[in-house]
Ligand binder design. Structure first.
Ligand SMILES: [Zn+2]
Ligand SMILES: [Zn+2]
Length: 240
């Protein structure tokens, strides 16, 4: 085979697993079968609103206790997998080390989410970073993940609509009340006509308490969005 063709093939079809470096059996897959099997999917039965996986439930999808008490502002939230190995490492390396080589492996994870459908009138909004953090990091991981979720609809991604107007402390350091207070009026909507009466897919890397996506959803809905559907790669289940 001519040399450039070999190089191109290696780029297109990684031959070793991103996590364990073992050879991948399936050509084109960035994760080997074992590492892909380690991805703990969040599957039915789920809460129909927040997407929480229900344990020990023989019933189908239904509202969880928390959503029953107080409905979140978004229409639904779905996460592909639990925030644990190997997904946690992939997301961490992307976010904090700027390691773009994990993107094909994250694509393999994202592709495990069944039933993703988007209409051409729908819009996609990655949870924004404050401009100061964006400059320091050089990229918004949520935007890269939005492209993995919707490879055919990249032109529906809006980057100038939702702004993180307040530089806030990292949410991970705070408890529930402080999280909400920290994020109060942290987001602003511009060019609201872009989302008027439309379904907005709001994309982030990890869902923890949901405070951030709830706050984003509130401002998007207040600005006229028809509904907000949250999508994350992973979910941290509190107390699990
Ligand atoms: Zn592997
Ligand atoms: Zn719920």
């Amino acid at each position: 085979m001519v040399k450039w063709l070999v190089v191109a093939q290696d780029l297109l079809f990684p031959l070793s697993c991103t996590i364990c470096s073992l050879a991948t059996s399936a050509p084109g897959s960035a994760l080997c079968a074992d590492c892909l099997e380690d991805v703990r999917l969040i599957s039915s039965p789920l809460c129909t609103v927040c997407g929480l996986g229900m344990r020990n439930s023989t019933a189908g999808d239904h509202l969880c206790g928390s959503c029953l008490r107080k409905r979140p502002p978004f229409h639904s939230a779905r996460a592909v997998a639990h925030y644990q190995e190997p997904v946690s490492t992939l997301l961490h390396n992307l976010k904090y080390q700027g390691d773009m080589s994990v993107l094909p492996a994250l694509q393999a994870v994202v592709d495990l989410l069944p039933g993703m459908s988007i209409g051409e009138d729908d819009r996609i909004i990655p949870v924004p970073l404050h401009v100061r953090r964006l400059r320091a990091r050089g990229f918004n991981q949520a935007k890269l993940l939005a492209e993995l979720f919707f490879p055919e609809n990249k032109n529906q991604i809006l980057l100038d609509c939702l702004e993180r107007s307040k530089h806030t402390e990292p949410q991970t350091k705070l408890d529930g009340v402080a999280r909400r207070k920290n994020l109060r009026s942290a987001f602003a909507v511009h060019k609201a006509e872009q989302i008027k009466e439309r379904t907005v897919f709001l994309v982030d890397d990890v869902l923890t308490t949901g405070t951030t996506v709830a706050e984003c959803s509130k401002v998007l809905l207040a600005a006229g969005a028809g509904s907000v559907k949250v999508l994350t790669v992973a979910r941290v289940v509190i107390g699990a």
